[in-house]
Design a protein around this ligand. Structure first.
Ligand code: 4AD
Ligand code: MG
Length: 466
């Protein structure tokens, strides 16, 4: 007898005999009949299993048949009288593979808060919401790969351990095998990294960009998609210390091509997701963020607004709003500013370009500028309503002298970044790329409000259970 997954069973007609396996969501016993709602993670829906007096079920198993138990059921599909599904399974036999004592199983039938579920992250995937998040996360990743693969981009596996601060922002987790109680020292009293594993300071990467740029200068279209680490002391609902980032990089491409790529990327991936994950997306629309599906469909249809940072500042000044953080040319946009632009002023995703050099990374291409204190770079951030920055990117500085000068200015060690500078020495080319925060995108498409709830095991400042 075939073991089927519930997702497929629900497409079958009455009369099919099959076996299924899964976990009991709820169980209701009457004198002669037990009704079991079973979920196997393959879809949001449960399958109703009916055990009657003809079902082979030991007394011990009947007793163990409770919420949380794992079971294997054999039976025949029958038409479901008035149920939510068209079919249910009339069990010929039920075996409880593992019970779940009701007095200690933490997931009860009632709705639990997301805060409570964060404390039982090892069990929360068994709830409707986290089951759906896991499936949407999988579909989104798959749509992202499909987008790039169908456009000839090569997936490059950039390293996780690196010697470089790829953003020059200093939020690095150090990697070492040195004993913290006995750190080897040089004669001048500084740490002797020659004794460390890599014989130099090493870190978890904050971006795959620098490494993937090297492959953009050989394969033209590349991307990296992997875990990224930032020791930012930001305990917010949008920051993780370990998150996943998608970073395409394109040679022979300027900032306009980069914006076009980002916009078509977001729209195509969204379209694919809405077409594929219909049941789960309908759930998020109903339970998590009413209006979500309309909002996302609207995003697919309308062109994104494109505006320079300088014009965005002018818009904020003109708004007449009193923001908590003052609006000043040269300061970074705060979340309240991003919200005003995306939610109130434009009501759509907004791509802000040409930020002041002082608030952006060293590798961004410098614009011709009128004065030194109004220096801008060809940065492009995609901001979305309800969330703010979802994508950060830029055209890269491809001129050796200008990049080297900027690095000197910022005190970056030219020897360390020598290989990166080489890319501008040998066959340099205009090139651009961006990074999409995968969990930010998941928040956007599911309407989940806390980034801790869209990654299986979140890592945040002071938060590392599991
Ligand atoms: O803007 P960021 O810092 O850009 C880069 O890392 C570039 N190297 C990308 C590139 O051009 N290849 O980060 C990119 C995106 C942000 O827009 C945000 O969505 C996400 O990564 N992100 C975070 N997501 C969760 N937690 C954090 N701490 C994040 N920091 C950035
Ligand atoms: Mg950014």
């Amino acid at each position: 007898m075939d073991t089927l997954r519930i997702r497929h069973i629900l497409q079958q007609t009455a009369g099919t005999t099959c076996a299924i396996r899964g976990w009991v969501r709820t169980c209701r016993h009457t004198k002669n009949v037990s009704f079991v709602e079973l979920n196997d993670g393959s879809c949001l829906s449960n399958l109703q299993v009916v055990c009657d007096e003809n079902t082979v079920l030991t007394d011990e198993d009947r007793h163990a048949l409770q919420t949380g138990a794992s079971v294997e059921v054999h039976g025949t599909l029958t038409e479901s009288p008035g149920g939510k599904q068209t079919v249910e399974l009339l069990a010929t036999s039920v075996v409880v593979t593992g019970g779940a004592p009701a007095d200690s199983y933490p997931l009860q039938k009632k709705r639990h808060s997301f805060e409570f579920l964060r404390d039982i992250a090892h069990l929360r995937s068994r709830t409707n919401t986290f089951g759906a998040v896991a499936r949407v996360r999988n579909t989104l990743a798959s749509e992202i790969h499909a987008f790039f693969q169908s456009r000839d981009f090569l997936w490059i596996h950039t390293p996780i351990i690196t010697s470089l601060d790829g953003e020059g922002a200093g939020n690095l987790f150090q990697v070492t095998t040195m004993d913290p109680a006995a750190v080897p020292q040089s004669e001048d009293g500084t740490v002797n990294y020659r004794e460390d594993f890599f014989e130099r300071p090493s870190f978890l990467t904050v971006t795959g960009q620098l490494h993937v740029e090297s492959y953009a200068t050989s394969h033209e279209r590349v991307y990296t998609f992997g875990p990224t680490f930032r020791a930012e002391n930001s305990n917010t609902s949008r920051h993780l210390a370990e998150f996943w980032m998608v970073e395409p990089e394109l040679a022979f491409c300027d900032i306009d091509g980069n914006m076009d790529l980002a916009e078509s990327f977001l729209k195509t991936v969204l379209t694919g997701l809405l077409d594929t994950a219909t049941e789960d997306m309908a759930f998020f629309d109903l339970r998590i963020r009413p209006g979500l599906l309309d909002m996302l469909s609207g995003v697919i249809e309308k062109p994104f607004v494109r505006i320079t940072y300088t014009d965005a500042i002018a818009e904020l000044e003109r708004s007449g709003k009193s923001f908590e953080y003052p609006v000043r040319w040269g300061s970074d946009l705060q979340s309240e500013h991003e919200r005003y632009l995306t939610e109130e002023r434009f009501g759509s995703p907004v791509i802000v370009t040409d930020y002041p050099a002082g608030i952006k990374a060293f590798y961004m291409k410098q614009n011709e500028h009128a004065s030194d204190d109004r220096r801008t770079v060809r940065a492009m951030d995609v901001l979305v309503p309800g969330l703010g920055e979802i994508i950060g990117g830029s055209e890269r500085e491809d001129r050796y002298d200008l990049l080297a000068a900027r690095m000197d200015e910022l005190g970056l060690d030219r020897d360390m970044y020598g290989w990166y500078l080489d890319l501008r020495k040998f066959g340099t080319v205009p090139h651009s790329g961006f990074g999409l925060g995968f969990e930010r995108m998941l928040m956007y498409v599911t309407g989940m409000q806390n980034i801790r709830d869209v990654i299986p095991f979140p890592r945040t400042v002071g938060g590392l259970r599991y």
